[in-house]
Design a protein around this ligand. Structure first.
Ligand SMILES: Cc1ncc(COP(=O)(O)O)c(C=O)c1O
Length: 410
């Protein structure tokens, strides 16, 4: 035992500072299945109450969809609970491969490989392909898992300003004769801002300068683009993105699992060298069966993503009319900006009292001074529920001086 007094006191002091800055992550207990109407225990110890959920990544409302749940039950019945193995020992079932093929086809790429999560997919990727001679040039707002994945490899690193293609071009020009290969990394849709990356311009630059383009499309797969293929479909560059990493944990059923899709050699290298693939358990059968059902549902119809698009547009329009400051965009991620962390947390608490479950996001999840409530729309929200949410925002916004008379502005 060496949990020293020094370490304990240091941790206590840091936690106190986090709390004083209003940055403590305050978890609530959900006591129902995930969905638009959920039961939440908050404050902890109080009776659970029904609220409307506006902060899940359940974009298509599939997390508890009867078809997906039934398919997952079938997976459980036919193939059991767990694999008790990594993929290459005895953890691969035919359905794992079937799902990898379906996902690759959906994304319009030659092959795909599953991981326990997209965090793992991103952690696996860079180390396998890049060394000291190479450079990775990433958008400054990429997801934490990409940042960590890039840190795990020895490549040289550089960044460009968020979604700034001109700045990216300068970086590509600067590096083109200094590195064996160049890799450009971006999120398709930025999770905290909901902005869609200018993938058309980025893909063009990658082609011009011979850089591999890697896109994390976790907040796009299943619903961005006219048939929900993702950001590359939205920008009409489906044949110009080399590698896509994405998750099963959001629109595609919301359980867990991630993947890398790309050229066959890249996928095969990951099967042989990707550390989170080689050293972590296979995705369980119920999740695989559920995800296969999701693939069936999305391949046959665009109805869910169409509803989601309409829901997001309706919410944005009404919130702007009410005077809130939103990050502009087209995605179902709608950040309502407050700046101050404590104000965002207080607003979220007041919204919960109004029966709307949203969360304040503050540092380190977003930059200091840019605290917000990130509203996420779902295809399962009805127009009435969205209107109810907007009206609650208006009441709370007035109460906290964010909008209306006495508003501090933005
Ligand atoms: C852009 C992005 N990439 C990766 C991840 C990680 O996905 P997973 O939950 O599958 O690990 C997330 C989840 O927050 C994300 O937003």
């Amino acid at each position: 035992m060496a949990y020293t007094k020094e370490l304990r006191e240091r941790l206590q002091q840091t936690l106190k500072e986090v709390d004083e800055a209003g940055l403590t992550k305050d978890e609530r207990y959900i006591k129902s299945a995930q969905g638009v109407e959920i039961e939440v225990e908050y404050p902890l110890g109080s009776p659970a109450r029904k609220v409307l959920n506006f902060c899940a990544n359940n974009y298509l409302g599939l997390a508890s969809h009867p078809r997906v749940v039934e398919a997952a039950h079938k997976g459980l019945d036919e193939r059991g609970y767990g694999m008790s193995s990594v993929r290459f020992i005895c953890g691969t079932q035919d359905s794992h491969n079937m799902l990898e093929e379906r996902l690759a086809e959906f994304l319009g790429l030659p092959a795909a490989i599953l991981f326990a999560s997209c965090f793992d997919a991103n952690a696996a990727f860079f180390e396998v392909f890049f060394g000291k001679e190479d450079v990775i040039i990433s958008d400054r707002l990429i997801h934490a898992s990409l940042i960590d994945g890039i840190r795990l490899c020895e490549a040289q690193r550089d960044t460009y300003k968020n979604s700034d293609a001109e700045h990216l071009e300068k970086k590509l020009q600067m590096w083109q004769d200094k590195a064996r290969s160049m890799c450009v990394v971006t999120d398709g849709v930025f999770s905290m801002d909901g902005m869609i990356a200018p993938l058309d311009r980025i893909a063009e630059l990658c082609e011009k300068y011979g850089a591999l383009l890697v896109v994390d499309d976790s907040h796009a797969t299943g619903f961005i683009g006219k048939t929900g293929r993702g950001t590359h479909e939205h920008h009409n560059v489906m044949d110009k993105v080399d590698v896509i990493t994405t998750t099963l944990g959001k629109a595609l059923g919301g359980a867990s699992g991630g993947l890398v899709a790309g050229p066959a050699e890249i996928v095969n290298m990951l099967r042989n060298r990707g550390r989170p693939y080689l050293f972590s358990n296979a995705v369980p059968p119920s999740v695989i069966y559920g995800a296969l059902e999701v693939m069936d549902m999305l391949s046959g119809s665009t109805a869910l993503r169409d509803t989601l698009e309409a829901n997001a547009a309706h919410f944005r329009k009404r919130m702007e009319a009410a005077g809130f400051t939103l990050v502009q965009g087209e995605s179902p991620i709608v950040p309502v900006m407050f700046g101050d962390a404590r104000l965002a947390a207080d607003m979220a608490r007041s919204m919960l009292d109004e029966g709307i479950y949203v969360i304040g996001f503050s540092h380190p999840v977003v930059p200091m001074g840019k605290a917000r409530i990130r509203v996420q729309l779902s295809a399962s929200h009805t127009t009435e529920q969205i209107d109810h949410c907007v009206e609650a925002f208006i009441r709370c916004g007035e109460r906290h001086g964010v909008i209306g008379k006495g508003a501090a502005g933005g």
